[in-house]
Ligand binder design. Structure first.
Ligand SMILES: NC(=O)c1ccc[n+]([C@@H]2O[C@H](COP(=O)([O-])OP(=O)(O)OC[C@H]3O[C@@H](n4cnc5c(N)ncnc54)[C@H](O)[C@@H]3O)[C@@H](O)[C@H]2O)c1
Length: 317
């Protein structure tokens, strides 16, 4: 298939684009290489993962750029990962989230409608469930009480995709990712941020005094599930992609300490605005519809992360 990957220089998008090429697809990437975090990490991923892809530096909220892109290619499917990610920054700059995650998604869907592209796989988030949802999170829970602007805008993307399905038959599988981690990860996420601080001898911020649980999911498992969704037309669906076994934040820190061989200094802080206490995926729908099951234990995943972290050329980014 001819596939467009938006956000393809990002942490998950770059790994996905490479896998799709390996599976014989022709992949075009669009990414703005914006400065939310150091763009040289995105350039380094481009070198490492995207050598067999066409890479376009462009903004998905720019309708002219997107129109030109769709006019010049005949895509069969869009993997939509470009987003303003991160719960914390959405407190500081909510407008960026609305612009990228809502307008950007609508611009893409409109180009798909105009150019007859019939399928999208959309990177959504466990944040869509909010604070009040019972664990484990099941896809048919209401998901209409978002805690953060990030969650509200990502959920809006799911809803926009549904309206394009009903009106124009554009099929979208929305994959709700649960805390993705691994090599080449984002510097604003706990794993890389903690590793950088711990190895520099600086204290790490622990929110809610460590009383948080996260369903950490290894990036290769997410890519496996994403590729299965690409291969499986389902009409419109929302599916959790998670590990299905939440871990206490402090156990996660201990594993990281063990693998890095460093004891963490900790700033114990209250709960932060926009955050949730626990994420926990019910993965039965992913298993049933996609044959997906996460394979990587947190121990193995953290080992792979630290191997990358220790040996990567951090002088570049
Ligand atoms: N990492 C996680 O744990 C996680 C969890 C849930 C959902 N997600 C979702 O998965 C997707 C990928 O996340 P990631 O962790 O790889 O983040 P990332 O920030 O590394 O990747 C996103 C990419 O999108 C690009 N981008 C941002 N705005 C753009 C725009 N207007 N036009 C074109 N490109 C733009 C960025 O430059 C970046 O390279 C996002 O949609 C995110 O919401 C991630």
């Amino acid at each position: 298939m001819k596939i467009l990957v938006t956000g393809g220089a990002g942490f998950i998008g770059s790994a996905l684009a490479k896998r799709l090429v390996t599976q014989g697809h022709t992949v075009t990437v669009i990414d703005s290489f914006n400065e939310y975090y150091d763009p040289s990490l995105k350039r380094a991923r481009e070198k490492e993962f995207l050598s067999a892809c066409e890479v376009i530096e462009g903004d998905i909220t720019d309708a002219q750029t997107v129109e030109k892109l769709f006019a010049e290619h005949s895509f069969d499917l869009v993997c939509h990962l470009a987003a303003q990610a991160g719960v914390r920054y959405s407190v500081e700059a909510p407008e960026v989230y609305v612009q990228t995650n809502v307008l950007g998604t609508q611009v893409l869907l409109e180009a798909m409608r105009k150019h007859g592209v019939k399928r999208m796989v959309y990177a959504s988030t466990s944040s869509a469930y909010g604070m009040e949802t019972e664990v484990p999170f099941v896809e048919d829970a209401a998901a209409d009480r978002p805690v953060s602007v990030y969650a509200a805008t990502k959920r809006s993307g799911e809803l926009l995709a549904h309206s394009y399905y009903k009106q124009y038959g554009i099929e979208t599988t929305c994959l709700r990712f649960f805390t993705v981690y691994g090599p080449w990860s984002r510097p604003d996420m706990a794993m890389l941020k903690f590793a950088q601080k711990m190895t520099a001898g600086e204290a790490i911020d622990i929110y809610n005094n460590g009383d948080l649980r996260r369903d950490f999911t290894y990036v290769d498992d997410i890519v496996d599930g994403f590729v299965k969704a690409v291969e499986t037309p389902l009409g419109y669906e929302v599916i959790n992609l998670g590990n299905g076994s939440p871990v206490e934040l402090m156990s996660f820190v201990q594993l990281l300490e063990k693998e890095l061989g460093v004891k963490a200094q900790k700033n114990m802080l209250p709960m932060q605005q926009g955050d949730v206490f626990e994420t926990y995926a019910d993965t039965s729908k992913a298993k049933e519809l996609l044959g997906f099951e996460a394979k990587t234990s947190l121990e193995k995943g953290i080992q792979a992360f630290t191997n990358w972290y220790i040996y990567c050329d951090r002088s570049q980014y």
